[in-house]
Design a protein around this ligand. Structure first.
Ligand SMILES: NC(=O)c1ccc[n+]([C@@H]2O[C@H](COP(=O)([O-])OP(=O)(O)OC[C@H]3O[C@@H](n4cnc5c(N)ncnc54)[C@H](O)[C@@H]3O)[C@@H](O)[C@H]2O)c1
Length: 380
């Protein structure tokens, strides 16, 4: 297939590009290098130096089909995006190109506006470019489980059947996200559903849980040159990465609040599988399809215990910078991707150990002062 990956310089985009190129697809990457700029603005860095997109493209040529790469900010340069789409005529677009951090979006008015402008306008530009130049193309959009929040009822896959005053309707599942970043994803979902219903676009919205891990088969072919970014800081880092760094330094694992917050998680190898399954089983013309994309559900306390058991670390509860339920009901449906054949990689002690060892081997790159949260959801 001819596939365009937006955000192909990122944590998930780059491994996806290699994975699909190795499976003989024609892959074109677009990235505006926005993340590298936001990292500099927030004064944080990934654990190890992330090779440039060009360095990785050249390194990959020895292993799989050559990749095409374009530098383009899809929120700022709709014309260039349109030209790329006209040239490539993709059969599928995998859209990762967004500002992905909740704390970043809560940092300031400017950062909130940057997040929503970047994410919502980038997605709108994509919708218009496809409507004009490749209306049959299947959009695979990365959303997040955080769009739903933590409602006191089961979370369905995107849609809810409701009965009201003796009539029934199928409506988009009501969302109650916990940050302005997550809210930008809700706006995207509504815009995309509109594009399907009114223009006949075809979209799979992958509401993804928190991804962990750095090991994919393609990265291991040449880790030095093909590695993907690993963030552990309070802004772009995710919880398991933070715990891996704290464990490697034998300092307490910091759990925000009581630690009963419950979320869906998945191994990065399963992100690649899920995206491939969506690609090979596309939404039909006019369909807005939502898959909940995670393989396991853990509380933050569960995760801390798992890491502490493997590494003998202690756990410390710290004040929660976020406004969120710390003890709540959580029962999200996730049957669509397993029905298509997803074969999950559950979290193992071995995976935890490999993450901690990886950090240990790169201890020099760790800035411990970037771990403690500084961005508060509510100013007292
Ligand atoms: N990593 C996770 O745990 C996770 C979980 C749920 C959802 N997601 C979603 O998956 C997607 C990818 O996440 P990630 O962790 O790889 O993030 P990332 O920041 O590492 O990658 C995103 C990439 O998109 C690029 N980008 C951003 N805005 C752009 C724009 N306007 N034009 C062109 N390029 C742009 C960035 O430069 C970056 O390379 C995001 O949409 C994120 O919200 C990620």
């Amino acid at each position: 297939m001819k596939i365009l990956i937006l955000g192909g310089d990122g944590y998930l985009g780059w491994p996806t590009a290699m994975y699909l190129s190795r499976r003989d697809h024609d892959v074109t990457i677009v990235d505006g290098m926005n993340k590298r700029l936001w990292e500099a603005q927030a004064s944080v860095r990934p654990l190890t130096h992330t090779p440039t997109m060009e360095e990785r493209r050249i390194a990959w040529m020895k292993h799989g089909k050559p990749l095409m790469t374009y530098t383009c900010d899809i929120a700022d340069n709709d014309r260039k995006l349109q030209e790329i789409i006209s040239m490539v005529k993709p059969e599928a677009v995998i859209h990762y190109a967004e500002q992905p951090s909740a704390p970043f979006s809560m940092m300031s008015r400017a950062a909130a506006i940057e997040t929503q402008r970047n994410n919502v306008i980038g997605t709108l530009n994509l919708m218009f470019a496809l409507r004009h130049s490749a209306p049959e193309c299947h959009i695979i959009k990365l959303g997040t489980m955080g769009e739903y929040g933590t409602p006191n009822i089961d979370i369905e896959e995107g849609w809810l059947d409701v009965e009201h005053n003796e009539r029934t309707a199928r409506v988009l599942y009501p969302k109650s996200p916990g940050s302005l970043y997550h809210l930008s994803k809700v706006h995207d979902s509504h815009n995309l559903e509109f594009g399907c219903r009114v223009w006949g676009l075809r979209v799979t919205d992958l509401n993804q849980g928190v991804v962990y891990g750095t090991g994919t088969d393609e990265i291991w072919m040449n880790p030095g040159k093909l590695f993907t970014s690993f963030h552990y800081d309070a802004i772009f880092g995710t919880v398991l990465n933070r715990f891996a760094v704290q464990a490697a330094f034998d300092i307490p694992l910091t759990v925000y609040g009581s630690g009963g917050q419950t979320r869906g998680f998945l191994d990065i190898r399963d992100t690649l599988q899920c995206v491939e399954l969506a690609l090979l089983n596309p939404a039909v013309h006019g369909e807005f399809r939502v898959f909940n994309q995670f393989t396991e559900v853990f509380t933050i306390n569960d995760l801390a215990r798992r890491v502490a058991n493997v590494t003998d670390c202690t756990v410390a509860h710290v004040a929660n910078p976020r406004v969120e339920e710390e003890e709540h009901y959580y029962n999200p449906v996730h049957t669509a991707l397993p029905a298509l054949g997803l074969d999950p990689h559950p979290l193992t002690d071995d995976t935890i150990e490999r993450m901690v060892n990886y950090v240990h081997g790169n201890r020099g790159g760790v800035n411990l002062s970037s771990i403690d949260p500084t961005i508060q959801w509510r100013q007292e």
